[in-house]
Design a binder for this molecule. Structure first.
Ligand SMILES: [Zn+2]
Length: 244
């Protein structure tokens, strides 16, 4: 397959076989998958049409296809520490543009989680290095909501509350992106936005209630046309053409 020769891993010390286990498991999985569906990979190779863009935290306890029982081809995923969608961040911006304009995903899910190290670091005021710089928006968010957060005595519950606040704030950043604005105004297929939190301690995903009224008032989402209001309190979006 590869034309170059050389070791398949570099580094020092013991433990290289930890990664070899992953390669072995991958080979077994691919064989099993082909036994179930001989065309599985041929079909995947033809292209992708994922309905979902998933913006989540890097945390290893949130294996997205496992917890949502989805198959390859269903989730288009962007992950970074603290599931941020920050204006000016080219990585998440490029993912959003490709997902919305080229793949025409029908759902954008920003998903935080409980016990998030990013929230903890922001609340503790970690501000050094690249990580500190990256977490600046979360620190600012914590400062904006200091009254509410300070009233929560348990540090882990405080982090979890900030995680939920952060999900809504990141959705607002997504809503401000022109490609999302245009889709919500009726250009292209329907689009819905969701804010979820994964509860690490129970394995359950929670769909957060979204501040739809405030977003409408602030012009972040267009008014829903009559007949399209389905009362979905934890998803924001309008069907194609509804705002025309
Ligand atoms: Zn996290």
């Amino acid at each position: 397959m590869s034309r170059s020769s050389g070791p398949t891993a570099v580094g020092r010390g013991e433990g290289v076989e930890e990664a070899e286990r992953l390669l072995q498991k991958n080979a077994e999985w691919a064989e099993r998958r082909l036994r179930d569906d001989p065309d599985a990979f041929r079909k995947l190779a033809q292209g992708q049409h994922p309905p979902f863009l998933f913006i989540g935290c890097c945390d290893s306890r949130k294996p997205l296809d496992t917890i949502t029982v989805t198959r390859p081809g269903e989730l288009f995923i962007h992950r970074n520490i603290a599931n941020l969608f920050t204006p000016g961040d080219v990585a998440s911006g490029a993912v959003l543009e490709y997902a919305v304009l080229s793949l025409e995903v029908r759902h954008i899910i920003v998903c935080g989680h409980t016990r998030c190290g990013g929230m903890g670091a922001a609340l503790r005021g970690v501000d050094g290095g690249v990580l500190g710089k990256w977490l600046t928006p979360v620190r600012q968010l914590a400062a904006q909501h200091a009254d509410e957060l300070d009233a929560i005595r348990s540090p882990s519950e405080r982090e979890d509350r900030l995680s939920a606040i952060n999900v809504v704030a990141q959705l607002e950043n997504v809503l401000r992106h022109p490609c999302v604005t245009r889709r919500l105004a009726g250009e292209g297929p329907p689009l819905h936005l969701h804010g979820w939190v994964f509860h690490v301690e129970t394995g359950r995903l929670e769909a957060l209630p979204l501040p739809e009224r405030r977003w409408l008032k602030e012009g972040l989402i267009p008014p829903v046309a009559e007949g399209d209001a389905d009362g979905a309190a934890n998803a924001a979006g309008v069907p194609n053409g509804a705002a025309s």
